[in-house]
Design a protein around this ligand. Structure first.
Ligand code: ZN
Length: 176
C-alpha cells in the first residue's frame, strides 16, 4: 500500500490518502483554516465522499463505483496520521470486524460510551490528551490504530483506556 502524502502550501494542503475501497490514492485539497478550526485537541478528521470513476467492471467484487467515504485524520502539523474507508453514513463496528478477522488473532476496539464535550477538559475532568484520543475511538479503530493515529505507544493508549473505562467513558470491544 503506498504511503499517504501531504504537500503543504501557504493557504492549503494537498493530501494523497490511500482508499482501501478504491484501492487507489485519493487526492484532496484542504484549506489550512478548515483544519485549524476543526482541530479538536490536535486531530482533524476530514470526511470525503466519493466514488471510483473507473471501477473494474469485470470484477464483481469491485464495489468502489458506489459512493463511499474516507476519513483522513490530520494532525496539527498538517500530516496524515491515519485513513479509513467505509460505506454508509458512519463507520460501523461490523465492517471493522470483517476487516480484522482476516488478520487473525484478537482485536480490541475502544468505543466511546458517552458523548463528551470539550467543556470536560476546561472543567478538568479530562486531560487534553485524553480528549484527543477519545475523538479517535469512533468504533473503527483498534487500540493499535488509535495509537498510530494519535502518535502514541500502544502501552500509553492501553493505560489511558483503562483510566477512561473506569470513568465510564469508554468500553473496549474484543473480537477474535
Ligand atoms: Zn474510495
Amino acid at each position: 500500500m503506498p504511503e499517504n502524502k501531504v504537500r503543504k502550501y501557504f493557504q492549503l494542503i494537498e493530501a494523497w490518502a490511500w482508499c482501501d475501497i478504491c484501492e487507489d490514492m485519493i487526492s484532496l485539497n484542504i484549506d489550512k483554516n478548515e483544519i485549524i478550526s476543526g482541530l479538536e485537541m490536535g486531530i482533524y478528521t476530514k470526511e470525503y465522499k466519493h466514488a471510483n470513476p473507473s471501477p473494474d467492471l469485470e470484477d464483481t467484487d469491485d464495489v468502489s463505483g458506489q459512493e463511499h467515504t474516507i476519513y483522513v485524520y490530520i494532525n496539527d502539523n498538517y500530516d496524515i496520521t491515519g485513513v479509513k474507508s467505509f460505506f454508509g453514513e458512519s463507520p460501523s463496528t461490523e465492517e471493522i470486524g470483517a476487516e480484522t478477522i482476516e488478520a487473525g488473532g484478537e482485536v480490541r476496539i475502544p468505543v466511546i460510551v458517552k458523548e463528551i464535550s470539550p467543556m470536560a477538559v476546561q472543567l478538568g475532568m479530562l486531560t487534553k490528551e485524553q480528549f484527543k484520543v477519545l475523538k479517535i475511538c469512533d468504533g473503527m479503530n483498534t487500540i493499535e490504530q488509535v495509537a498510530s493515529i494519535a502518535q502514541k505507544s500502544v502501552e500509553e493508549i492501553e493505560k489511558m483506556m483503562e483510566q477512561l473505562r473506569k470513568k465510564g467513558l469508554v468500553k473496549v470491544i474484543k473480537r477474535t
